[in-house]
Ligand binder design. Sequence first.
Ligand SMILES: Cc1cc2nc3c(=O)[nH]c(=O)nc-3n(C[C@H](O)[C@H](O)[C@H](O)COP(=O)(O)OP(=O)(O)OC[C@H]3O[C@@H](n4cnc5c(N)ncnc54)[C@H](O)[C@@H]3O)c2cc1C
Length: 412
Amino acid sequence: MGRVRLLHYAENKNKNILYIMNKSFRIRNNYSLYEALNRKEKHGGNLIVFIMKPLETSKRNQQFFANHTKDLEEKLSLLSDQVKRLDWQDLWVQELSQYRGIVLDKAYLREDFSQVHKIVEVAKNQGISVLEVDSNVFQPALDVTDKEEYSAKTIRDKIWRLMLQPLVLMKEETHIGEQAAFDLLNQFIEEKLIHYEDANDPSKDYRSGLSPYLKYGFISPNVIYDIVVKTKKPGYESFLEELIVRRELAYNFVLFNKNYDKFDGMTYPWAYQTMQMHLHDPRAYLYEKEDYIHFKTHDPYFNAAMKEMVLFGRMHSYMRMYWAKKIIEWSPSYEFAYNLAIELNNEYFLDGNTPNGYTGVAWCFGKHDRAWIERPIFGKLRYMNDNGLKRKFDIEMYVKQINEEEKSINKK
Ligand SMILES: Cc1cc2nc3c(=O)[nH]c(=O)nc-3n(C[C@H](O)[C@H](O)[C@H](O)COP(=O)(O)OP(=O)(O)OC[C@H]3O[C@@H](n4cnc5c(N)ncnc54)[C@H](O)[C@@H]3O)c2cc1C
């Protein structure tokens, strides 16, 4: 099957191709762009590219996107005939009937599906073909499997067995967003990769920080893979397990589970059963969004994690697990906890609104995990507490680091 899928076929006499860049905001290893360029060559017309403004309400995320795509029009104009930046509402007033075909980046989330659906409807009315290209995953999701996978264990081999395909292709045209991702990646390889086995420690900065760059498709996971695998440094396999297996399991989840963003349906029957049994367990603390975003819980580690989220749009990956587990513990119901965790995740994280975000939160409710020993409130869901943080890490150091970072922005 490959990365390219025909969503609608129609014949017309036009020659020009339109690429609606809606998820892969880059040039190198942008398989959608390559497909559009091939079609342009085949039909002898022009290639027009529309750079779509992401559907984001967060000002910080809009700014991040704008800063990292400043030169994208200029770079794309070297390869295409016309480039325009558009809001989604402006797309519907464009004269699409002039095109032979439209190429799109594959949708995974509900809101993206809805835009693609509208484009296909317009194309049907106007007799234009539509192709979607699965450009932001290491292996095309529908080649990996045709069903929702149960866990990392069940998807892992299905991803790696497709390794025969060529990975890194041409167009060495780097734009600001990709360059920023390369800079992070190089620093990660030089200074952190060999420590990646200890990357769970929140007081150590051993993670790559690449997730926002992957979210906007500024860099391809295939390019990262290609660079990292050649280093053969200790830690590289663990890193690829996260970048490829965990991330692609998340894409599989949102693609095949139509309730990926709803409390009812996102996790397993055993998890719902255990939550039902413990719904009325007494809660020692009950908090709401306002307490969280003003760092007013009794737990200094949770508050520090919330500072990372609210002030900087990020959170250490181990603390993300702890964070969502505590929201479960301090909420009047599991559904309340789920909805609030998703809301905060999408509102504050630079890498929010992604398959990873929905999957990460669902994981805290048992998805892709197993049943554990029964406990109050959590039932058989995996339990995490502050003693675990104290036992495993220098967690006071984490709090100190975040407080210092907070002071430094307050001084500015
Ligand atoms: C409750 C909760 C919420 C989360 N929300 C998000 C979110 O909104 N957006 C997001 O991108 N990730 C989310 N994650 C997954 C993970 O925590 C982040 O991807 C990671 O912290 C990003 O930091 P990094 O780029 O430095 O990761 P690194 O450790 O450097 O990993 C490299 C890349 O691998 C992928 N990756 C790493 N861990 C995971 C994982 N557990 N699942 C899927 N992919 C992974 C990411 O794309 C990441 O950029 C969440 C996890 C949990 C438990």
